[in-house]
Design a protein around this ligand. Sequence first.
Ligand SMILES: Nc1ncnc2c1ncn2[C@@H]1O[C@H](COP(=O)(O)OP(=O)(O)O)[C@@H](O)[C@H]1O
Ligand SMILES: [Mg+2]
Ligand SMILES: [Zn+2]
Length: 247
Amino acid sequence: MTLGQLSDPNAAVPPRDGGEDCPVCQNKRWLLDARGELKPCPRCGVAQHWKQEGLRAFSSRSGVSERQTFTSFKTAFKGVEDENLGNCLEAAEAFADLPDGHWLVMVGARGNGKSHLCAAVDNHLRHAGIASLFITMSDLLGALKDAMDLQANTEQESYSGRLRTFKTAPVLILDDVGAESSSAFSQGILFEIIDYRYRNRLATMIVTNVPFDAFDPRVASRMQDAAFCTVVENLAPDYRKRPVEER
Ligand SMILES: Nc1ncnc2c1ncn2[C@@H]1O[C@H](COP(=O)(O)OP(=O)(O)O)[C@@H](O)[C@H]1O
Ligand SMILES: [Mg+2]
Ligand SMILES: [Zn+2]
């Protein structure tokens, strides 16, 4: 198979998320209803709720995540619309509205709302009943390292079970990639997850504050496949440094 074939978003390669083949949704696990809203597939998507429950154990959501929505994301300051931030918000909304087979990569400096948009995508998908996992790269690596020391009694406790969870989550929102010191272990894990999700076209949002050339070239090239990957650069300054009256 050539790379061209792999990149064709319309190619009839069903995503392999570990579930059964479904003729209703072609293994997407979701459908758009008559009003154009994202809904779990009526045939196979009933498992989404249980999947979401299973993913919850690994989520990096915190107390503030609930309030970090698209609506609470500001794109105008002192009455002036920030076009770049508007584009970032739009890209995140588009991804959350129809994640199917799409990748969204957001690059940018610290504190300018990237994690906020991760939480907003996660909130939106939860609301729609779609199983998504919002996790930071360091939490993901931590969950795998913990599993090495555990006497695993369940699939969820085992290293291989956890890695499979991260590879096959219907939607993966991976935050702060490249921020952790990139050991051979973390690079290997990142490649394995990215490559699996790339080959199976599983919806993935990746957030990083390091430039593409700091990545393993195999990972960087998959993140920039224009056939199904949107790359946005968040150029906004650190929100925390904005004067309080501006927020
Ligand atoms: N455009 C924005 N509108 C509203 N809140 C924002 C915006 N940008 C950042 N914030 C808030 O500022 C804080 C830092 O943003 P965060 O998303 O964590 O930054 P990072 O890009 O480092 O992930 C969070 O509390 C977040 O909700
Ligand atoms: Mg962040
Ligand atoms: Zn289905």
